[in-house]
Write a protein that binds this ligand. Structure first.
Ligand code: NAP
Ligand code: MG
Length: 453
């Protein structure tokens, strides 16, 4: 077994090391998970529910510890990190309601009785990226466990600490051994075994579209179930009739939150031409005032990028681009980058088209509703987006026309654990969260009982 150094992105310094599993250790863990499945699926629904609620309570008891780990390991602001740990607790509580409600149907047929069951799949492999280590882990393991599956989870190499801690807290809460195992290691080793090992019956992957496609192709070999949450290049569409003050005040947070390392980032700002200058005049002070500070500072709105490589990649988008204005960032160690607004010359600009995954917004004017919809949809992605208007009819028309999975009107928030989340087009496949997520962690079994009539 090797090890991986864990770096504080606010300083660039190594502060701990964690194990990095090889393929034999991964196989052994998957075998243990497959064995544990036999027992876990037979735990009575009410007992499984109680264990998940207990897990949520233990997460709550360790909320500050988990949040501080994420500040250190991922550079998340303390405010965000507390929300993220709280989200794990909430998602566990939400899906704790599921084991006792996972009912099938009784369907009228001739000659007997027909019933359906939602059977768990077996071992579920969850592959987590570095941008939201806690929530993305929880969106996978909470419904997977609730439905009666056992889980092996691979955190990103850059951000393994909160996942490892959640694995320990699950045991502390009383989940049986090997029901939920966290396996730190490389994507090409641990993650790949989830794809190729026949005992893993489903892979939930969040990360880049490129790796997501290779995982989907690999899963085809065993017709393995797959959920994909991939990249985005979402549009924030501001119509002339919108509350421009509110839209401009909210726009920085919609793209700079988590230093723009958010698949839902509204990184394409489409502004109706008749209010373009007026809107930019309101946006500039909001961008300059965005507080990029030490992420452990309670008033910090944005921390550093995750790595030196990510900073180099983000910087490359400024080459030859028209810079509108920038905010500020601390200098010194760590992977800091200031909030940046670029003016797109056309929809062909590289910074307009590619997912930057950093604190960079691109702005482009549009003439009318039709052009706004055409520009918003001119991308291979389709994850989130926002529409700012006071016209209810337009809000609904444009919501139906924009091809993305999670839209908001007069708001930039797309994640609520009660509601489905996921992408259209190349942003993903399947939906997480909400009332329907259970169905992607179960298979329907139909049973006909002849009654001799
Ligand atoms: P990535 O390579 O897609 O990594 C995501 C996860 O997949 C990590 O746990 C990674 O492990 C694992 N992985 C990598 N290659 C794998 C393979 N062949 N088989 C199985 N698992 C594998 O993403 P990244 O390199 O960290 O980031 C690159 C870009 O992807 C970002 O700049 C951003 O544009 C996009 N991204 C999007 C999201 C999102 O939420 N949609 C999240 C993260 C990144 P390792 O950590 O060991 O590599
Ligand atoms: Mg990668």
């Amino acid at each position: 077994m090797g090890t991986t150094d864990v770096i504080d992105p606010a300083t660039g310094a190594v502060f701990t090391t964690v194990p990095s599993l090889g393929s034999e250790e991964t196989d052994a863990a998957i075998d243990r998970a497959a064995k544990a499945f036999g027992q876990w699926r037979r735990v009575a629904p009410g007992d499984r529910a109680r264990l998940l609620r207990r897990f949520a309570t233990v997460v709550e008891e360790h909320l500050e510890e988990l949040a501080l780990l994420e500040v250190r390991n991922a550079g998340h602001t303390i405010g965000n990190a507390r929300w993220e740990a709280g989200n794990v607790r909430d998602v566990l509580n939400y899906y704790a309601g599921a084991p006792e409600r996972l009912s099938g149907r009784q369907i009228p047929v001739a000659g007997g009785v027909d019933v359906t069951f939602h059977e768990p799949l077996g071992v579920v492999g969850i592959i987590v990226p570095w941008n939201f280590p806690m929530p993305i882990a929880g969106w996978g393991f909470a419904p997977a466990l609730a439905a009666g599956n056992t889980v092996v989870l691979k955190p990103a190499e850059l951000t393994p600490l909160t996942a490892i801690r959640l694995g320990e807290l699950a045991l502390e809460a009383g989940l049986p051994e090997n029901v939920f195992q966290v396996l730190p290691g490389k994507g090409s080793v641990v993650g790949q075994r989830f794809v190729t090992h026949p005992a893993v019956r489903k892979v939930c992957f969040t990360g880049s579209t490129e790796v997501g496609k290779s995982i989907m192709a690999g899963c085809a070999d065993q017709v393995k179930r797959v959920t994909l949450e991939l990249g985005g290049k979402s549009a924030n569409i501001v119509f002339a009739d919108a509350d421009l003050d509110a839209a401009a005040a909210a726009a920085p947070g919609a793209v700079f939150d988590n230093a723009g390392q958010d698949c839902c980032a509204r990184s394409r700002l489409l502004v109706q031409a008749s209010v373009y200058d007026e809107f930019l005049a309101r946006l500039e002070p909001a961008v300059r005032a965005f507080r990029v500070l030490d992420p452990s500072d309670d008033s910090s709105e944005m921390g550093p990028l995750i790595s030196a490589g990510q900073r180099a990649s983000v910087s490359s988008y400024l080459d030859g681009a028209d810079l509108a204005f920038q905010g500020t960032a601390p200098d010194g160690g760590g992977w800091w980058f200031p909030p940046t607004v670029l003016l797109a010359r056309s929809a062909a600009d590289r910074h307009w088209r590619e997912e930057i995954f950093g604190p960079v917004a691109s702005v482009l004017p549009f003439r009318d509703e039709d052009e706004a919809i055409r520009l918003a949809n001119d991308t291979e992605y389709g994850l989130s987006g926002s529409i700012w208007t006071r016209d209810v009819g337009r809000a609904l028309r444009v919501s139906r026309a924009v091809e993305t999975g999670a839209l908001s009107v007069n708001s930039n928030s797309s994640v609520r654990y009660w509601t489905p989340f996921g992408g259209m087009k190349q942003s993903g496949l399947g939906r997480e969260l909400g009332p329907d997520a259970l169905s992607s962690f179960t298979d329907v079994k139909n049973v006909f009982l002849a009654t001799g009539e």
